[in-house]
Design a protein around this ligand. Structure first.
Ligand code: KG4
Ligand code: ZN
Length: 342
């Protein structure tokens, strides 16, 4: 039996290619975290196919939710709320989770709390760091987003910088495809880079004029493509591992330097990583070293909580729930939902 004061939330995430459900207690304790990945399926096509993603979500979602409840040892009667990602993401994929959450909310008479996907990624940091509280600086690096934010309070974000073009994860995925590593690019570049020389090729570290916290990754991506063309024209060998390691170093250096500038300028000596790219081993190491140099506390979720999952949605939903946020049965998927918007 749960203590009456405890808040148990069933969380659902289906914004891209993972069908996920979790039961989270008081925003920080994960009782179950079930993820059904579609990666193998989309690998056949070299990337996520939205229509296939939606159909797979429909097939899997009931099983995933049942498994999450079973693993947590709870039934719908034990829950206090249902949390669900309602944006941003693929509209058809989001709709599956939103419709499911609304159905459960209606049938089990549970409050419904819609969650912003990126707020979920940020909140993943609360799960393993019980002492972490706002304010802190968070670098959000996912497949669709690259944001540098000050988390002023739970659910209160001040966006310091964002990408002007590709997201960091998108750049990893595109470069991986260009050098023949295929999908999903980020983890493959991470792995193959361990065999490569990060100083083999110098790729540009882009700065955005008048916006010191903004990012731009299209230049480094083009530089990799130009380098590949140059090698082919000169008949030079293309060393996959060296290019991967050099590209990864260029991207990570920019991410680390912007994040540390924010830490210094804002005078907030707490830095957290969030999003799929936050599981990158080089980024984690470089950021940790920088934080040690700058006497800044460093937080990063375990890799499984960095990539898409529902436990992070449960953490975010808890703080929204505590603030009194409730959504009606008219909640809709919002594919381009902005952070901080309701
Ligand atoms: O946060 P996420 O799971 O989904 C989105 O919300 O977009 O992020 C997925 C992105 C993909 O671009 C993937 O290639 C990248 O995160 N990623 C990585 C690593 N693991 C996942 N990028 C670099 N290194 C990794 N180890
Ligand atoms: Zn994500």
């Amino acid at each position: 039996m749960e203590d009456k004061k405890d808040v148990l939330i069933l969380a659902i995430e289906s914004s891209c290619d993972e069908t996920a459900a979790a039961v989270v207690k008081n925003g920080r304790e994960v009782l179950s975290n079930v993820i059904s990945s579609q990666i193998a399926l989309h690998t056949l096509y070299g990337g996520v196919v939205p229509e296939i993603a939606s159909r797979k979500h429909i097939e899997k979602i009931n099983y995933v939710i049942k498994e999450a409840l079973d693993q947590a040892g709870v039934t719908l009667k034990d829950l206090d709320a249902v949390g669900v990602t309602y944006g941003p993401g693929l509209v058809g994929a989001l709709l599956v989770g939103v419709a499911e959450a609304k159905a459960i909310s209606y049938a089990a008479k549970l409050p419904l709390v819609g969650v912003h996907h990126i707020e979920g990624h940020i909140s993943a940091n609360y799960i393993e760091n019980k002492d972490l509280e706002p304010p802190f600086i968070c670098l959000v690096v996912s497949g669709g987003h690259t944001h540098l934010v000050t988390v002023r309070d739970y659910g209160v974000y001040e966006i310091l910088g964002r990408t002007r073009d590709d997201a960091a994860g998108e750049a990893f995925d595109k470069v991986a495809r260009a050098i023949g590593l295929g999908y999903p690019g980020g983890p493959k570049i991470d792995k193959v880079s361990k065999e490569g020389d990060p100083d083999a090729v110098h790729f540009p570290r882009a700065k955005v004029e008048d916006a010191p916290y903004d990012f731009s990754f299209s230049g480094v991506k083009s530089a990799v493509l130009n380098h590949l063309n140059g090698c082919r024209m000169k008949g030079e060998e293309i060393v996959q591992a060296d290019i991967a390691a050099s590209f990864q170093k260029a991207v990570c250096e920019v991410l680390v330097s912007h994040a540390m500038d924010a830490v210094r300028d804002q005078g907030i000596r707490k830095l957290a990583l969030a999003g799929g790219v936050a599981s990158n081993s080089t980024l984690r190491r470089m950021m940790q070293e920088a934080c040690e140099r700058e006497k800044t506390a460093f937080y990063r979720p375990s890799p499984i909580l960095c990539t898409d999952n529902a436990a992070m949605i449960g953490a975010a939903a808890y703080y929204e729930y505590r603030k009194g946020v409730r959504h009606g049965l008219d909640l809709n998927a919002v594919p381009n939902l902005r952070l901080g918007e309701r």
